[in-house]
Design a protein around this ligand. Structure first.
Ligand code: ZN
Length: 323
């Protein structure tokens, strides 16, 4: 079977069917794990526990074995999870999160209600809900752990406001920093700040020197040399800018005012406006947003508001390629 010869619709249909069978099989595997564990068959086979059996005998990675084992135990406690699992509204890593919370619990909680709350939520949202439901204490201390390659792992707490500001910066920088992690964003900001302060200090130093009456001729000479270099650098930057703007004008990109862009962004809710015509699924990505001409500019499309929309980089490229 050559998948390359199958239509897009058929290919996605097949994949979706496979994923459904995979979820069904995952459920069956969990049920079997429960039974093998309760009969302690792993001991008979020479393993000290289910985890060893799953990793050493069945070849699961440690994290995959852990997720299945935790999920199986939760499934045993709450059999109704099976349906959600097969339906795909709850996944193994969410079940593992819940089971982890249960380990430190002494109080009994309405598990069914908690599980209903985390349906169709992503990892971040799930953790947030569980923290509330299980009254998890807020951690405040910063933990810095040195690692083998001289990198450090930092665990720190941001307030809601701080985190929102940081997320906003991350979105704004998504054009500058590709696959930007929070560490990349913080590094970018720090470098920018350091450069600014470094430049300020140097300028102040030059000023002090100039106002000093006791400067020797030699120093004057150095300074003028410095000024000369500065001028030359300025000239270079200017000519570089001119070359760049010349190149830009040659490409004849349409001019869109900042006001117009802002208006477009606001209308789009600062998110990608791509909608899949078949499923009606909206992209809504907030990363690397670009202004797109609905009817392409190159084909005579206007730069009026009516012909413009906001797309993420992926969808702008996708549209460009399918035009
Ligand atoms: Zn998009």
């Amino acid at each position: 079977m050559d998948l390359k010869k199958i239509s897009n619709a058929e290919l996605t249909l097949r994949l979706e069917k496979l994923v459904r069978s995979e979820r069904k099989i995952t459920h069956l595997i969990l049920v079997h794990i429960i039974e093998v564990e309760s009969r302690k068959i792993y001991a008979e086979l020479g393993y000290d526990g289910m985890f060893s059996y799953l990793t050493k005998r069945l070849g699961y990675s440690e994290s995959a074995a852990y997720r299945r084992l935790q999920s199986a135990r939760l499934l045993k406690a709450v059999p109704s999870v099976a349906e959600k699992l097969e339906h795909g509204s709850i996944n193994l890593s969410q079940l593992t999160q819940v089971q982890k919370c249960l380990k430190t619990e002494t109080k009994s909680r309405p598990l069914e209600a908690i599980l209903a709350k985390i349906e169709n939520k992503n990892t971040f949202e799930t953790k947030q809900i569980l923290a509330v439901e299980f009254d998890q204490p807020t951690q405040a201390q910063t933990v810095i752990t040195p690692q083998r390659d001289e990198s450090v792992r930092i665990e720190l707490t941001f307030t809601k406001k701080q985190f929102e500001v940081l997320q906003e910066t991350k979105e704004l920088l998504s054009h500058t920093i590709h696959n930007n992690s929070l560490a990349d964003v913080i590094e970018h900001l720090a470098l920018k700040y350091n450069k600014k302060i470094g430049l300020k200090n140097r300028n102040e130093k030059v000023k002090r020197l100039m106002h000093n009456e006791l400067i020797s001729k030699e120093q004057t000479c150095i300074e003028s040399k410095y000024e000369e270099l500065k001028l030359e650098k300025l000239k270079n930057v200017k000519s570089e800018k001119m070359t760049r703007s010349f190149a830009a004008s040659k490409m004849q990109r349409p001019y869109l005012s900042v006001k117009l862009k802002r208006q477009l962004m606001a209308t789009a809710g600062h998110a990608c406006q791509y909608v899949d015509k078949l499923t009606g699924n909206k992209c809504k990505s907030k990363y690397q947003l670009q202004v797109d001409h609905v009817h392409p500019f190159a084909k005579g499309g206007s730069s009026e508001l009516e012909n413009l929309q906001i797309l993420c980089r992926t969808h702008n490229h996708f549209k460009g390629a399918s035009n």
